[in-house]
Ligand binder design. Structure first.
Ligand code: NAD
Length: 350
């Protein structure tokens, strides 16, 4: 039986990856390690928590000793590393937290793997889940490929770029089997409502202003989170050692167009008169250093590993809205407490 450590499994994408691996691979033992920060929520995993091949460990990847001891006792065969501070706005307020978790935390995991996997690097795999934001910003044209030079702009993307470099360095220097994927923006269920789509759904539902940065001109590529989890599965099992794959939906949207689409879906789902939700759109001061456009070319993944996104965006968005409307308890739970004061601080409208 393979024992796989998945870090950050209580977060948005991590919970989908844990669910997929627990359900698809009963022959694997899945250990979910998470610090349970404001973004980590074990309620994301109630459907798998009692499965015999699943276990949760509460730990902080910044604590090198704890991580080292865990590798000593558990004898993992592979790591799929998703634990991170992930919100760009928070990285602008507190960059150091991002350096600690995203850089030091990743290096701690790499060091533990390097130490405890010695002599069997060819049988162990370290997979780092990263972002397309490491490539910087695009103008109106072009796409990021796997060979695009790194040019991060926010403290978040700088910390993820740094951790990518460390992962590659451990492959090149020590011969460890490391793999990286860089993915575009994800959307779907269990997404903490500080990010654009779940925040907008929650606010529209509660008749609150829907903040849109600047004029809403920024362009992002959007991928359904379960398609990302499937891509991670394929890459984890099939990528060559040292390889990198871009993952994306070939699905670019200006923020304002996306929010308008969401407003139309919400009007329909909530049986409101057409145009009601769009009245809630409120433009707020743009994010400092806001990258204009990201677009990702995932041709390599499609050609080499036969992965393509499964869901059309409109369909995925409607499905996502349904999930949030049907899971009010989840939403109320995560929108209470700390999240509220953070929300007030970040989104005071102009
Ligand atoms: P998230 O913020 O929802 O989840 C992060 C998880 O990591 C949380 O459960 C949190 O408790 C945990 N965590 C944070 N600090 C930790 C620490 N010090 N020790 C242990 N656990 C800790 O993030 P997400 O959106 O699910 O992103 C997961 C990964 O995917 C991140 O590495 C992110 O950079 C990457 N990524 C995200 C997107 C996206 O659109 N959300 C796109 C591409 C890549």
């Amino acid at each position: 039986m393979k024992k796989i450590l998945i870090t950050g499994g209580a977060g948005f994408i991590g919970s989908h990856v844990v669910r997929r691996f627990v359900n698809q691979y009963p022959q694997y033992e899945i250990v979910n390690l998470d610090k349970l920060t404001y973004a980590g929520n074990l309620a994301n995993l109630t459907d798998v928590e009692n499965k015999p091949n699943y276990r949760f460990v509460k730990a902080d990847i910044v604590d090198a000793e704890v991580i080292d001891n865990l590798f000593q006792t558990e004898q993992f065969d592979a790591v799929i590393h998703l634990a991170a501070e992930s919100h760009v706005d928070r990285s602008i307020t507190d960059p150091t937290a991002f350096v600690m978790t995203n850089v030091i935390g990743t290096v701690n995991l790499l060091n533990a793997a390097r130490q405890h996997w010695k002599g069997s690097y060819d049988q162990k795999r370290f997979y780092h889940v990263s972002t397309d934001e490491v490539y910087g910003a695009l103008g109106e044209e072009g796409m990021f490929t796997e060979t695009t030079a790194y040019d991060p702009h926010s403290p978040y993307s700088a910390s993820k770029a740094s951790s990518d470099h460390f992962v590659r360095a451990y492959h090149d220097t020590y011969g460890m089997d490391c793999v990286i994927s860089n993915c575009s923006n994800n959307y779907g269920s269990h997404h903490f409502p500080e990010k654009l789509i779940p925040l907008a759904i929650n606010n529209i539902k509660n008749n609150k202003p829907v903040p849109v940065y600047g004029k809403g001109e920024n362009v992002r590529d959007w991928l359904w989170v379960e398609d990302h989890a499937r891509a991670i599965d394929v890459i984890f099992h099939q990528a060559k050692t040292g390889d990198t794959y871009n993952i994306g939906g070939h699905n670019e949207w200006k923020n304002i167009d996306l929010i308008q689409l969401l407003c139309r879906i919400m009007d329909e789902k909530l049986a409101r008169e057409a145009g009601t939700s769009a009245k809630l759109i409120t433009y707020v001061t743009d994010r400092a250093g806001h990258d204009l456009r990201y677009a990702i070319d995932s041709t390599k993944l499609q050609n080499e590993l036969n992965w393509v996104p499964s869901l059309q965006f409109e369909e995925g968005l409607a499905k996502t809205v349904d999930w949030y409307l049907q899971n009010e308890d989840w939403l109320n739970n995560v929108t209470s407490g700390n999240y509220q004061s953070y929300y007030e601080q970040q989104y005071s409208t102009k």
